[in-house]
Each structure stands twice: as C-alpha cells, then as structure tokens.
Design a protein around this ligand. Structure first.
Ligand code: SAM
Ligand code: SF4
Length: 431
C-alpha cells in the first residue's frame, strides 16, 4: 500500500512541477513514506534523516517531509525531536502535500497534518490521473480497519474502514491499463471487507475483468472473517482472477487467536480453505504468522506448525510479536524472548522447506508467465506465473507485457528459471 501511496504522491507533486530522482544529492524535496507495523520504524526514520543531513551538510537543505503511518502515530514527537523535518503528513492527509510543499518553500515551519480525511483524500486524488506505468500495478480500493486485533496499529494509523466507489476504482483501473498494466492487484488492509453501495469485492472483480487488455487480477490482504460465499464463487467463475490467495492466519491455536481478538477459530479458517479449494482445485495459499504472541505456549506453537504442515502455504511471512505502543497487547507480559526467537527459527525452517519442495515440484512443468521487465543481464526477462512465483527466462524476443508458456528447468528459494515453450499450446501446466 505504501508503494501505491508513494506513486500517488509522485503524481500529485508533478502538478507543482516536482519530478522524481534516484540521486539523493539532487533532491530539493525529500519525502520519506513510512510504515509503523513493527518495531524500529521510528528508528529507521531518524537513521534516514541522519544520512540526509550528512549528504546535505555543505549544501542547501532540502524540504523534508515524513509521510505514512509513523507520521500519523508519532507526528508531534518526531517534529520536536528532529528539527531537520519540516512536516509530518499522515496517510489520510497526503492529498494536502502540494500546499504543504508550497508553504515550506515560503519557509513556514513544522507542519503537522495528521487528520483522518479519507473521503477528502480520495475525492482530491480522483482528479489526478494515475500515471503508474508498470505491467503489474497496485490499486488501493479500501483503507483502514475496524477489527482491532490486539497487536495491530492499523486501526489507529489508517483509521476506520473505508471503501472507495466502484465507479472511481474502475476509472483508475482503466487509466492503469491505458498506461500498459496487464495485471492489477487490488489493495486494502482488509480488501475483502470492500463494500460500497452494496457492491462487494466480487462485484468489483467482475466489473474490472471486463476491461479489455487487463489479463490478470489479484487482491490483498484478505481477512478470514470477510470471506463471503460470493467471493469464493468468483474464484470459480472469473478466469482473470489469479489462483493465489494471501490469507493471514497468524496462529494455529484457537487460544492465541482468541487472545489476539481475531474473532474466528482455526476450524473456520480451514472451512474457508476447503470451500475455496472446492471452487477451484488448483488454488494455493500464502499467509502471515505472528510467533511468540504474549501467552503463546509450546502447545500453541505446535498447533501453528500443524497448520503450516496441513495447508502447505507456498509463501509465508512470519514475524516475532512486536509490542506496538497504543495497542492493547503493548502492556501484556511478553513470551520469553529467547524461546520466541527459537520458535521463529524452527517455524521459518519448516516454511522454507515447504516452499522449496513446492518449487522443486514445478520442475519440468509448464507455467503461464506474465513478463514485467527486461533484466540488465543478457536477454533475460523477469515475470510472474499465476501463483505469483518469480520466473526468469532468456529470450531474443521482447517479452515485456506478454503472457507466455514457460517450461520450468530449475528453481531456487526465490526464483524459477525456465525456457519459452516453442509450441505455445503445450499441456502439462503446474497446479
Ligand atoms: N489485515 C490483515 C489481517 O488481518 O490478516 C493483515 C494486515 S497487517 C497490516 C500485516 C501483517 O503484519 C499481519 O498479518 C501480521 O502478521 C503482521 N503484524 C501486524 N502487527 C504486528 C505486530 N505487532 N507484531 C508482529 N507482526 C505484526
Ligand atoms: Fe490489523 Fe488486519 Fe487486525 Fe485490522 S484485521 S487490526 S489490519 S491485523
């Protein structure tokens, strides 16, 4: 979501004649877009500002803005502590970035914009064309969260759940496709809670799949509680919808899920997985896990390992519990950190083994790959298969933006290596 936000900030600032640069020493305005989900986020801000100060020691100071969730959560504190920062702008206020930059050009100091103007934000962003020109593009359709898991800062930094209108999303999706996008990933903190004027995520998927030249649709991140029957069905009926679902489970233990306030059981989670598999048998899943949540026993941890072994997630993101100020879990008695770290290592080893075994099973099988860009080395092209695995092939033909059948020859932890199939109607697809 921050990548999407950064692109939109770039589109906005173009209106006042700012352009992006990859050379930090050339910048006269520096915008740091931040994430607050786990610890060290604020430390990273000070660290980055330190680097900036060094770079500009004998030069004119650039305008410095801190945007995103760290700005939202710790705005006043950072402004007071680090005088090099001119303004903090929360994620629901970045539509005000141009007027802020203009004020700072006039040397007005220490601006704090951390209101929750989510409707105003999208209203003003709708008038600015999305110029992102990637083959695979992001599109935020929903923001904020009303679920209040005890560990999570999102409800406090991104605010209450809000869904954009179907109409404005379709307009933006068409802009992205006109710019060359072949794949769109619909984004939201709880993307499947999307609901605007009784239109749900399934309606939206069906609507945007009508856009010519849009080949693939994905969505992230889903919450188990919002997995409605219509969404399950759309996985069966809509061929543009890709067969990988990111569905965070966090823990395999009902006791821990309850303590986290996830409001569902592991049985309910397994039911959703089963229903989805019945709708489309080749579906695969990826997930998020929090290891060492306060009160997690060894028995709870074993249950998390069991769910990993049962579902065999093809990608897992596991994190040590991080106590976030302002959340209900902040003051809970922590699990012994040595034990928690040991559990994380054990868990990640199991997850990696499952991932590599899955990848090895793809060798000699065919995948449909959407190629995103040409790499710097030789005639290599980078793309992704339907299950979001990275694939690299060599080709003399320009593959950018094309979907091709690829035979997988070799794999490593992060990438599948293959060759284009000369007869593109070949069978034997990976599932
Ligand atoms: N809304 C999604 C859901 O409920 O499943 C997840 C969105 S959250 C922004 C992304 C992931 O960050 C979560 O799935 C969780 O695993 C991780 N996360 C959030 N807060 C955390 C914390 N305090 N400590 C460790 N991991 C955390
Ligand atoms: Fe955070 Fe997701 Fe829970 Fe909302 S549902 S509080 S975003 S983890």
């Amino acid at each position: 979501m921050n990548e999407y936000d950064s692109n939109r900030i770039l589109d906005l600032t173009k209106k006042i004649n700012y352009i992006s640069t990859k050379k930090i020493e050339e910048a006269n305005c520096y915008i740091l877009n931040t994430c607050h989900i786990r610890e060290k986020a604020t430390d990273k801000v000070y660290h980055d500002i330190g680097r900036l100060k060094k770079e500009f020691r004998n030069k004119t100071k650039p305008i410095v803005l801190v945007a995103g969730c760290v700005a939202q959560a710790e705005g006043e504190v950072i402004l007071k502590k680090e005088k090099y920062i001119d303004a903090v702008i929360g994620p629901q206020s970045y539509h005000q970035i141009n007027q802020t930059i203009r004020k700072l050009e006039r040397r007005e100091k220490f601006i704090n914009l951390t209101n929750f103007d989510v409707i105003e934000k999208f209203d003003s962003l709708n008038s600015i064309k999305n110029t992102d020109n990637k083959i695979s593009a992001f599109l935020t359709i929903q923001e904020g969260c009303d679920k209040f898991c005890k560990f999570c800062v999102v409800p406090y930094t991104r605010g209450a759940e809000y869904s954009r209108s179907l109409k404005e999303i379709v307009v933006e999706a068409k802009q992205l496709v006109d710019n060359g996008a072949k794949e769109i990933t619909l984004l939201g903190q709880n993307v499947n809670a999307f609901n605007h004027d009784k239109k749900k995520l399934s309606d939206l998927i069906n609507e945007i799949s009508e856009i010519n030249n849009l080949e693939r649709i994905r969505y992230s991140t889903s919450h188990p509680l919002d997995f409605s029957k219509d969404l399950v069905k759309v996985h069966k009926s809509n061929k543009k919808l890709m067969p990988l679902i990111h569905l965070p489970v966090q823990s395999g233990s009902n006791q821990v899920l309850k303590a986290m306030n996830r409001n569902h059981t592991i049985e309910k989670y397994l039911d959703i997985v089963r229903e989805l598999k019945e709708a489309r048998s080749d579906l695969k899943f990826s997930s998020d896990f929090i290891i060492g949540y306060p009160g997690e026993t060894d028995d709870d941890f074993q249950k998390t390992i069991s769910i990993m072994n049962e579902i065999k997630f093809i990608n897992s993101f596991s994190f040590l519990f991080s106590a976030r100020p302002g959340t209900p879990a902040f003051n809970l008695k922590k699990t012994n950190q040595k034990i928690a770290k040991e559990r994380l290592i054990i868990f990640q080893k199991i997850a990696e083994k499952i991932k590599i075994d899955y990848r090895k099973s793809l060798i000699n099988k065919n995948s449909k790959v959407l190629f995103e860009n040409k790499m710097k080395i030789n005639n290599r092209y980078f793309g992704r298969d339907e299950f979001f695995n990275s694939v690299i092939v060599e080709s003399d033909e320009n593959l950018q933006g094309k979907i091709k059948s690829v035979e997988i020859l070799n794999v490593n932890q992060n990438t599948l290596f293959g060759k284009l199939i000369s007869n593109q109607n070949h069978e034997n697809y990976a599932a």
